[in-house]
Design a protein around this ligand. Sequence first.
Ligand code: DX5
Ligand code: ZN
Length: 221
Amino acid sequence: MKISISPSILSADFSDMGGAIKKLNAAGADLVHCDVMDGSFVGPITFGAQMVKNIRPLTKLPLDVHLMIEHPKTQIKFFADAGADIITVHYEACVKISDTYLEETLEMIKSFGVKCGVVVNPDTDVEKIFDVLPLCDMLLVMSVFPGYGGQKFIPTALEQIKKARAYAKTIGKGDMDIEVDGGVGVSNCRDVIEAGANVLVAGSAVFGSSDMAATIAALRG
Ligand code: DX5
Ligand code: ZN
């Protein structure tokens, strides 16, 4: 499978986001990972749909929007209109609203012609989302607890990825995108790829590097 790298702009300098996007274009990134945090589902607040709208004209790369927010349905239209290509929502944020909220949210994302996906935290068994996997373009397995960049990779994520890839095969979606997010760098990229991930998010590894292009190339394993 092709391995794609989705650098997280959470680790960029927010006072020069345009400059960061231009660097990612030049360095060979495959997607741009946009970490949206609401100060409630996770402690910090980052940015909303306006940021996605402003970076949209600066790149042809797909914008991979990771919503770490409560009540994600309320924001889908704004991110779709802003030009998101993929929107992922947390299982944990949806399940506490109702049994059907996750499925409704995924259908809503698709209704805007945007790819959809579900995210599981490190302490959520990935099996919990298997019933909605047929609806998803992407599954995002968190390998840190969301909220901050620069955390240490939690190795149990490897088991989650393996289980998910195996299940995806059984439902005829063996080539679906499985993304991993948190603590991914040059030293562990092979492990996550071998486990079955094909989209790697990297924040501090890419933005903390003096040679972004070389780091992105190295992350492909
Ligand atoms: C964590 C975010 C991640 C984060 C990854 O809440 O979802 O995307 O920016 O950063 P690193 O790669 O530094 O762990
Ligand atoms: Zn993320």
